[in-house]
Design a protein around this ligand. Structure first.
Ligand SMILES: C[S@@+](CC[C@H](N)C(=O)[O-])C[C@H]1O[C@@H](n2cnc3c(N)ncnc32)[C@H](O)[C@@H]1O
Length: 297
């Protein structure tokens, strides 16, 4: 049986709406466009298009996956983040819009003349898909990046993204727990003995295992290693702040994402280390505390 595109979109949107999805129409358009191998705009110009059996079967399969709660980004294998499309799979956190503010803040700081060096050295802790570090690298032509993640599968995804963005020659990956990486490993990555960072960024796992607010589908589909941290979600932030103190140049900027209730605890963590000044909490676009920033003494 043939169905017009218009009907498929309407029925699927209603199906997703009934399931309580947040963006039923957008999800539908993205999945149907994929089934047709079109871009989304083309849908709008062809609502009368009669979908054939093969196209309908593919659309049904994608809709079935979405109906289980699987995020659209995993089904499509990509997510847009700060001007670029990133390849993603279920080994990495899906890049979040709030994290783009971190990228923006760092780009504006590096552009302000705060760094007295022709080469800007950046470290990304817990790189995942690479969305933070690689977006910085793509935007700052005179930057080099060391991207660290404990997950081999995540590093594989980030490598693929670096190639796709054509910046693989300016990044070195280290597969390691951030809290046991040595300064030697960092320095060796670019074969330079004075490789000390001007910028250290990170989006650590910061959710407490007992957090009642975590969405069901986030927990079901995204990797636990990217989400959860012991000690009320603060263990990684604490360990990573300590490592940042070791790897940062004097005057370097450190900026980590954190949970919206963690501002006070994160500030305390940075203060207790005694290696930082200008410790500040930054907000996300919805006005909630979301970042901890500091300058290395
Ligand atoms: C919240 S995700 C952030 C991913 C990406 N930077 C982003 O912003 O979308 C945290 C990342 O840290 C990695 N990770 C978790 N524990 C780690 C550790 N001890 N050392 C290094 N990486 C770790 C996870 O594999 C995951 O990729």
């Amino acid at each position: 049986m043939q169905l017009q595109l218009r009907d498929v979109i309407q029925k699927t949107t209603q199906f997703f709406r009934d399931k309580g999805f947040e963006n039923p129409r957008l999800d539908t358009e993205l999945l149907v466009a994929r089934a047709l191998n079109w871009d989304r705009l083309k849908l709008y110009l062809n609502f009368d298009y009669p979908m054939n059996d093969a196209e309908l079967a593919l659309a049904r399969e994608l809709v079935r996956r979405r109906a289980t709660g699987e995020p659209v980004a995993y089904i499509l294998g990509s997510r847009d983040f700060y001007n670029h499309s990133f390849f993603v799979n279920n080994a990495v956190l899906i890049p979040r819009p709030e994290t783009e503010s971190l990228v923006e803040a760092v780009i504006s700081w590096t552009g302000s003349g705060a760094i007295q060096s022709d080469l800007i050295r950046i470290i990304d802790f817990g790189t995942g898909s690479g969305c933070v570090g690689l977006s910085l690298l793509a935007a700052i032509p005179n930057a080099q990046l060391v991207a660290i993640d404990i997950s081999a599968q995540a590093i594989e995804v980030a490598r693929k993204n670096a190639k796709q963005l054509e910046i693989a020659d300016r990044v070195q990956f280290i597969e390691n727990d951030v809290s046991t990486v040595t300064l030697g490993q960092i320095k060796q990555s670019f074969g330079e003995m004075d490789w000390q960072a001007h910028v250290i960024v990170g989006n650590p796992p910061y959710i407490s295992e007992s957090d009642p607010e975590i969405e069901k589908n986030v927990k079901a589909f995204e990797p636990a290693i990217a989400l959860f941290s012991p000690d009320q979600g603060l263990a990684h932030l604490r360990a990573w702040a300590k490592m940042a103190a070791t790897f940062a140049n004097d005057g370097a900027m450190i900026m980590f994402e954190m949970g919206y209730t963690q501002g006070r605890a994160a500030t305390q963590i940075f203060e207790d280390l005694g290696s930082f000044k200008q410790i500040e909490v930054g907000k996300d676009l919805s006005g909630r505390d979301r970042f901890i920033k500091a300058i290395k003494n």
